[in-house]
Write a protein that binds this ligand. Structure first.
Ligand code: FPP
Length: 243
């Protein structure tokens, strides 16, 4: 049983819609409560000393939702980026983005740039907002960046390494997630951190996202601490036994 805190935690914040449906409320109300939960979890992660927290706020597939729902979520994201500056400052939280910024509305692009610039020097928890994010899309964009950099041409492709691709991801300095949490009970990763999450521990909670509190994050961390991470190797006990 380990006691170490994961350096990087990713969260698939799922279940806003079901939370609302169960209460006879609108999906928008579910997302609004989801935003409040995200604020609670960012504060809890910061208090626990988690270095990196990636929140899956809007996927490349979420554009399939109605224009009203997409517009509402974008409004919440804008409100979160603009309205929380005092909170970021007090808690030394740095805001970053993962995803295809160019595919976002211009006002959201501007808010992301401004929140990232305003918080760039803060040395506390780094909150990476995955917005218009898809794991496959990130890998495609990474390969395009690599090609555009001129560092590798077609003739160099046989020598391509994992490191070459990793260096062109959205946030290459951020370590891979140790733990990926999903709320609302479904056992899938839904195109989240496909490359980076290769060896992340997965923790699925049945609780809908709007009900999440710091206690749920603490419980997920205890599950993580109970895991034996082998990265494809063998357990220490087995390694000591002669094969
Ligand atoms: C998944 O629930 C949630 C989303 C697609 C949106 C998440 C957005 C927020 C919580 C607000 C913005 C957050 C930040 C941090 C800026 P769902 O709608 O898929 O739920 P369902 O599967 O029950 O329908």
């Amino acid at each position: 049983m380990g006691t170490e805190i994961p350096v990087h935690v990713g969260i698939i914040m799922d279940g806003n819609g079901r939370w609302a449906q169960m209460r006879g409320r609108t999906r928008s109300q579910g997302h609004l409560e989801g935003l409040k939960a995200a604020k609670r979890i960012v504060k809890a992660a910061s208090d626990m000393g988690i270095r990196y927290l990636t929140l899956y706020a809007f996927s490349t597939e979420n554009w399939k939702r109605t224009a009203d729902e997409v517009g509402f979520i974008m409004g919440l994201i804008k409100q979160y980026l603009r309205g929380e500056l005092d909170f970021y400052r007090e808690n030394r939280i740095r805001i970053r983005h993962a995803g295809d910024a160019a595919g976002l509305p211009l006002d959201i692009q501007a808010e992301l740039l401004s929140a990232a610039a305003d918080t760039a020097a803060f040395e506390g928890t780094q909150v990476i907002l995955a917005i218009n994010y898809g794991g496959r899309d990130e890998i495609v964009r990474a390969l395009r960046r690599l090609a555009a950099s001129g560092r590798m041409t077609g003739a160099d492709m046989p020598a391509l390494t994992e490191r070459d691709i990793a260096a062109c991801l959205d946030n290459p300095d951020v370590p891979d997630p140790d733990l990926i949490i999903r709320s609302a009970g479904e056992y899938r990763t839904s195109n989240f951190l496909l490359w980076e999450g290769a060896y992340a521990e997965l923790c699925v909670s049945p609780k809908f996202w709007p009900d999440w509190t710091g206690d749920d994050l603490a419980a997920a961390l205890s599950v993580f601490q109970g895991r034996d991470r082998r990265f494809g190797g063998i357990p220490a006990v087995a390694a000591a036994v002669k094969s």
